[in-house]
Design a protein around this ligand. Structure first.
Ligand code: ADQ
Length: 454
C-alpha cells in the first residue's frame, strides 16, 4: 500500500507505552509504510502565533503538529466540536449550545489543517481521518486538488436524521462527510442512520449494503466495530502494579462484593442514572447493604464546557446522598473518585470487581466494557452489565443488557449479576472473550485500511 497518513485531533508517539488505543492500532501500518501522523499539538498559543507546523521523527514515522490560537481553539474544539457535535451526536439536543457553537471557527481550523497538511502529502498516500472534529477535512483537501484515497472513521454514534437535522449546518456537514471514499462507523445502526440521511435528506441512492451514490459521487459506508488490544491489556494485568492493585482491593474488600464503573466524567456515560440504580438495588434488595460497594472512577474531561460542570455537581450530590442515607461506620456504599486511575492499575481494579457497570445513555462503542472482560480470570470471571445504548452491545450479547433509563430494571439486573452462578458466568465470559479476540483493535485497523484501498 502507499504511505499511511493519519489525521486526528491529537497525535501520539506510537512507540511510547500508554500512547493510547489509536496509536497501538495504527503503529504497525504507520511504521511499515514510513507513515505520517498529523494533528493539533495540544498547545493553545497567543493570537497571531497559531498555525505553526512542527515535525518530529518517531522512528520511521513522522509526527506533524500544529498549534492553535486561543480563539481558534475555543471555537473549533470547545464551541463547535464539543458544544454542538458531541451532544447532538449523542442524542442530547438539550445540551447543544448552537449559539456558542462557532461554525466559522470549526471551518477555519479544518481549512488550516488542510493547508498545513497538503504540502506534506505524496500522490499515492492513503489518508485516514478520525472523528467528529475533522469531518470537513476531506472536502477542504479536495478543494485544494488532492485526489488521494481518503477514509474517515467516526468514533462516536451517528444519530437518526431527525436529530441531525437540528444542526443548522447539517446539510453542509453531511455533504462534507460524503467527500470521503470510505466512511467507517462503530455499528450497523450508525450505518443505517447514515443511509436514511443520504436517501431521505439528500436525495442520494443506496446501491447496495455499503455503496451509496450522492451528488454524482460514490461513497462507501460500513461498520468497523473498534476493539482493544487483548494481548497487551492482559499482559498489563500480569505486571506488578496491576497485581498489587488486585491484592489490595481483595484484602480491603474481603467478604464483600465490588462493583466498578470507569468513565470520563461525561454526560453520555450515564453515571447519575447508574448511581440511582445502585441506590435502588440497596433499597429493594437489602441483603446487599454492608456487602456491595460501587467504586466509581470518573476522569475529569472538558471542564471548560458548561454541561460538564453541572454533571460534576450532580454526581457529588448523588454519591453524597447514597452514602449519607445508607453508609455505616464500617461500610460506604459508593466510593467516588473524580480522577483517572493509572492505566497500569486498571486491569487489577477490573479483576477484583465482581460486576462492571457500563451503562452509557449513548456511546459509540465503549472500550471499558471490553477491557473489563479481558481482565477477568476465566476460572472465576465477573459479570458485565452493559447498556443497550453502547455500540458495544451490538456484538457483546452475552453481557447482561440494560436500559439505563429504567432504574428499577437496572437494579434488578445488577442483583442478577451479583447472584449469577459460576457456571453461567464462565459460559458468558468464554463467549465474550471469543468475540473480543476475533475483532480486536488490530483487526479493526486492518479491515478499515483494506476496505479503504479496495
Ligand atoms: P471515550 O468516550 O473516551 O472514547 P471509551 O471507549 O470508554 O470512551 O474509552 C475510554 C478509554 O479511557 C478506555 O481505555 C478507558 O480505560 C480509559 N478511561 C476512561 N475513564 C478512565 C478513568 N477514570 N481512569 C482511567 N482510565 C479511564 C470514544 C467514544 C467511545 C469509543 C472510543 C474508541 O466515545 O464510544 O469506544 O472513542 O473508538
Amino acid at each position: 500500500m502507499g504511505r499511511l497518513v493519519v489525521v486526528s485531533n491529537r497525535v501520539a508517539d506510537p512507540r511510547k507505552p500508554g500512547a493510547g488505543g489509536l496509536a497501538v492500532a495504527l503503529a504497525d501500518a504507520l511504521q511499515s509504510s514510513g507513515g505520517l501522523w498529523f494533528g493539533w499539538s495540544g498547545k493553545v498559543v497567543d493570537e497571531g502565533s497559531g498555525g505553526q507546523l512542527r515535525t518530529q521523527r518517531a522512528g520511521p514515522v513522522t509526527l506533524a503538529t500544529v498549534d492553535l490560537a486561543r480563539a481558534d481553539h475555543d471555537a473549533y474544539y470547545l464551541g463547535y466540536s464539543n458544544g454542538v457535535l458531541w451532544p447532538v451526536f449523542h442524542y442530547r439536543l438539550d445540551l447543544a449550545d448552537f449559539d456558542a457553537g462557532d461554525i466559522d471557527g470549526y471551518r477555519r481550523v479544518n481549512r488550516l489543517f488542510a493547508h498545513k497538511l497538503q504540502p506534506l502529502l505524496k500522490p499515492d498516500d492513503v489518508i485516514w481521518v478520525h472523528d467528529y472534529h475533522l469531518i470537513p477535512l476531506a472536502a477542504e483537501l479536495r478543494a485544494m486538488g488532492c485526489t488521494q484515497r481518503m477514509g474517515f472513521f467516526l468514533h462516536i454514534p451517528l444519530p437518526p436524521r431527525t436529530i441531525l437535522a437540528a444542526i443548522p449546518q447539517h446539510h453542509w456537514l453531511m455533504r462534507s462527510l460524503m467527500m470521503y471514499d470510505l466512511v467507517g462507523f462503530q455499528t450497523r445502526l450508525d450505518v443505517e442512520h447514515f443511509s436514511a440521511y443520504v436517501v431521505h435528506e439528500d436525495s442520494g441512492e443506496r446501491c447496495d449494503d455499503h455503496e451509496f451514490r450522492v451528488h454524482g459521487r460514490s461513497v462507501r459506508a460500513r461498520d468497523f466495530p473498534i476493539g482493544i488490544d487483548v494481548d497487551e491489556f492482559q499482559a498489563l494485568g500480569r505486571e506488578p502494579e496491576a497485581r498489587e492493585t488486585f491484592r489490595t482491593m481483595k484484602e480491603q474488600y474481603a467478604q464483600r462484593q465490588l462493583l466498578v464503573g470507569v468513565d470520563r466524567l461525561d454526560y453520555s456515560k450515564g453515571m447519575p442514572q447508574r448511581i440511582r440504580a445502585f441506590r435502588r438495588l440497596l433499597e429493594h434488595y437489602p441483603e446487599n447493604r454492608r456487602v456491595a460497594t460501587l467504586i466509581q472512577v470518573a476522569a475529569p474531561s472538558r471542564e471548560d464546557v458548561e454541561a460538564y460542570a453541572d454533571l460534576r455537581l450532580e454526581m457529588e450530590t448523588l454519591c453524597g446522598a447514597v452514602n449519607g442515607d445508607y453508609g455505616e461506620l464500617d461500610w460506604m456504599p459508593v466510593r467516588y473518585m473524580r480522577r483517572a486511575v493509572p492505566r497500569r492499575r486498571l486491569p487489577g481494579l477490573y479483576a477484583a470487581s465482581s460486576v462492571a457497570l457500563v451503562t452509557p445513555l449513548r456511546d459509540g462503542m465503549n472500550l471499558v466494557a471490553k477491557e473489563y472482560v479481558a481482565a477477568q480470570d476465566p476460572v472465576n470471571p465477573g459479570v458485565l452489565v452493559l447498556s443497550r445504548f453502547a455500540g458495544a452491545a451490538e456484538a457483546m450479547t452475552d453481557a447482561l443488557i440494560v436500559n439505563p433509563y429504567d432504574t428499577d430494571g437496572t437494579a434488578e439486573v445488577i442483583q442478577q449479576a451479583l447472584r449469577m452462578p459460576l457456571e453461567e458466568r464462565r459460559a458468558r465470559h468464554e463467549r465474550l472473550m471469543a468475540g473480543l479476540r476475533a475483532r480486536d483493535v488490530h483487526w479493526w485497523a486492518r479491515e478499515f485500511l483494506a476496505a479503504l484501498q479496495h
